[in-house]
Design a protein around this ligand. Structure first.
Ligand code: CTP
Ligand code: MG
Length: 246
């Protein structure tokens, strides 16, 4: 079985999330902190050998103190994040154990995952060595000027919104890092791998896998939590059910 090291960047400053007391990974989403919800999807997997969460250096003491009860029961490593998302990911990559053959990077601010979605992207990563989920764009796409006027309608053929988890064979991502000229400008890992010349496969993403960016996203997330697919359990199946999975 391939072994995956999981990196969860949670060290941003949540500037677009106004009106909340805490930074978004630490907000309570229907009873559990967002970062806990995100981490749990990976901690429960047999193919994940290590999970690393990057927290802003200024928050580290507060984080360890506040979440001591959670951390006592979670096999998770905490590292100091950096000024950019790429720095946070790099700090975590430096702590990866030698048995992690693949690296999965997933925004801590995307807690709305399902086991079967992680199965899909991990399988794609093993097949293609570099894979990300992408959500096809269904609306007409416009380019707009700074003062709000449409300058053009952009052909949406082949356009997708990149999501995470973004998963790479370890040497593919490490090589991309080693030759990347401006990591700070990369808003995701795939862009570095693309720039390195290695092809990156896109699989269909999942509309509920939103990145909580604004207060409105948070309210959507509260609704989506109850709508996520769950693995079929024998107790949940009945002979007249339409679906094996809900
Ligand atoms: N992130 C990080 N280190 C940074 C910046 C971002 O670990 N220096 C993390 C965030 O915590 C988040 C993920 O990367 O889980 C995606 O980033 P984003 O949604 O942009 O979060 P923030 O940077 O915190 O938000 P904003 O851009 O609105 O300030
Ligand atoms: Mg940001």
């Amino acid at each position: 079985m391939a072994r995956f090291g999981v990196i969860l960047p949670a060290a941003g400053s949540s500037t677009r999330m106004t009106g909340f007391q805490k930074k978004k990974p630490f907000l309570d989403l229907k009873g559990r902190p967002i970062w806990v919800r995100t981490a749990e999807h990976f901690l429960s997997r047999n193919d994940v050998c290590q999970t690393i969460l990057a927290v802003a250096p200024d928050d580290l003491d507060w984080f360890r103190e506040t979440y001591r009860p959670n951390l006592a029961f979670m096999d998770i490593q905490i590292v100091a994040g950096g000024a950019t998302r790429a720095d946070s990911v790099r700090n975590a990559m430096q702590q990866l154990r030698s048995d992690a053959e693949y690296i999965a990077v997933h925004d801590a601010a995307r807690p709305l995952l399902a086991t079967r979605w992680i199965d899909e992207i991990f399988t794609a990563a093993e097949k293609y060595k570099a894979a990300i989920p992408g959500l096809r764009i269904s609306s007409t796409v416009k380019r707009v000027t700074a003062d709000g006027r449409i300058s053009e309608t952009v052909d949406r053929t082949g356009l997708v919104q990149a999501q995470t988890p973004q998963v790479f064979e370890r040497r593919v991502l490490e090589k991309a890092w080693s030759i990347c000229r401006n990591p700070a400008a990369a808003t995701d890992e795939a862009s570095m791998v693309e720039a390195s010349g290695h092809p990156v496969q896109v699989i269909d993403g999942w509309p509920m896998n939103i990145k909580i960016t604004t207060a409105e996203d948070f309210r959507l997330a509260e609704l989506f939590v109850g709508a996520l697919p769950r693995p079929a359990s024998l107790g949940g199946l009945h002979p007249f059910g339409d679906e094996l999975f809900r």
